[in-house]
Design a protein around this ligand. Structure first.
Ligand SMILES: [Zn+2]
Length: 371
């Protein structure tokens, strides 16, 4: 006797085994039986003929750590069958927060989620807040390198001092002890883009000590793809499982992806410690700042906005954008840039329009849009 039984579903059990038609019985909220139809009774029966049943999907690339505290029902995920999310990717995470750089972290992640109350400081405190909101999905949290670097040295474009590196290392180990499963980095974004390989390897050593993994949004650009992978493999070499996120999301370097897969496969044939994923679609979502040369993001969002107010700097940026190679994403038509999340209320009516549309709407060249 079960509480609930699904009859005759095509069950894909997640083990990789061939699917088959089965009944699935649920008892006290747990799956208690999967197998051929039998004369089991249940308080409730659901006919599932012609339907597919599967365990919940794992979304292994999510930024929902920045939305779940406000929207714990996670409808966007649950309605797609996602029941587990790996959050805190690309160097962005909601914790740890230090008072001196709290505003930096909040501005860094402003486009990735709704307004949060930021009532936590440590990674553990953040997880307690999240637990308290009872999210509808399971969460595998990563701590972002961006959060660690901001805490140690803000948006400075330089190598860390020994003391600053020690702050990052200590916050990393503390976050791992408090529940983070690994470290993520976003090497196209400020402040991750200002980090060198030595810094990442040093943090990799801490990951190896804690037996935690490294998830990375690698540096963009076809010319640097080999170097970008070498940077990942340098971290792997200190004894860390590594995962390359969305390999490689920028359309300008799609042609180089087969070679990247060969490089990663060669390592995998010796050690199964290197993994990668790819988007199953041809669009990507990121910050508009990814169209700009990375030097424009030194000092964070306020400094970027200040630069964009200078006609001279705009002219310099326009030249760099036409030349290509200086920004993480280049060669994209403004007609293909869809504005999905705008921070300022007065700009929100452009959400859902292309950047080219917005420029036409205010009678401006896209390079001269007001900030
Ligand atoms: Zn990313």
């Amino acid at each position: 006797m079960f509480d609930l039984i699904f009859r005759g579903a095509e069950v894909h059990d997640g083990s990789g085994a061939a699917p088959g038609v089965a009944d699935v019985g649920v008892q006290a909220g747990r799956i208690a039986f999967v197998g051929p139809a039998r004369r089991a009774l249940a308080a409730r029966e659901i006919g599932a003929d012609g339907l597919v049943m599967a365990p919940g999907f794992i979304d292994l690339h999510s930024h929902a750590d920045l939305s779940l505290p406000a929207f714990p029902e996670a409808r966007n995920s649950v309605q797609q069958g996602v029941t587990t999310e790996v959050v805190g990717n690309c160097g962005f995470s909601a914790a740890p927060v230090v008072a001196t750089h709290a505003a930096d972290l909040q501005s860094l992640v402003a486009g990735l989620g709704p307004h949060l109350d930021w009532s936590w400081s440590t990674f553990g405190q953040y997880l307690d807040v999240l637990d308290g909101r009872r999210p509808m999905v399971n969460v595998i949290p990563l701590v972002g390198h961006g959060a660690l670097r901001l805490a140690a040295m803000g948006f400075d474009d330089r190598r860390p001092s020994a003391d600053e590196l020690e702050v990052m290392r200590r916050l990393l180990l503390q976050s791992l002890a408090e529940g983070a499963w690994g470290l993520s980095s976003g090497l196209d974004y400020a402040p991750g883009t200002f980090a060198g390989s030595g810094e990442l390897v040093a943090l990799g050593t801490a990951l190896a000590e804690a037996q935690a993994g490294y998830f990375t949004h690698i540096r963009s650009g076809a010319a640097t793809l080999d170097e970008a992978l070498a940077e990942v493999l340098a971290v792997e070499a200190v004894g860390v499982r590594v995962h390359v996120s969305h390999l490689n999301s920028s359309a300008a370097v799609w042609h180089a992806v087969p070679r990247a897969i060969d490089i990663l496969s060669a390592v995998r044939s010796r050690r199964p410690t290197v993994h990668a994923d790819a988007y199953p679609y041809t669009a990507g979502a990121t910050s508009l700042s990814q169209l700009l040369p990375s030097w424009t993001t030194r000092g964070g969002t306020p400094a970027l906005l200040e630069r964009l107010r200078s006609p001279d700097v705009r002219a310099q940026i326009k030249v760099a954008m036409h030349k290509g190679g200086e920004a993480p994403i280049s060669g994209v038509s403004f007609d293909d840039v869809l504005l999905t999340v705008l921070i300022l209320e007065r700009n929100r009516h452009w959400e859902g329009h292309s950047l080219a549309d917005a420029a036409r709407g205010v009678g401006q060249d896209p390079y001269q849009l007001p900030v």
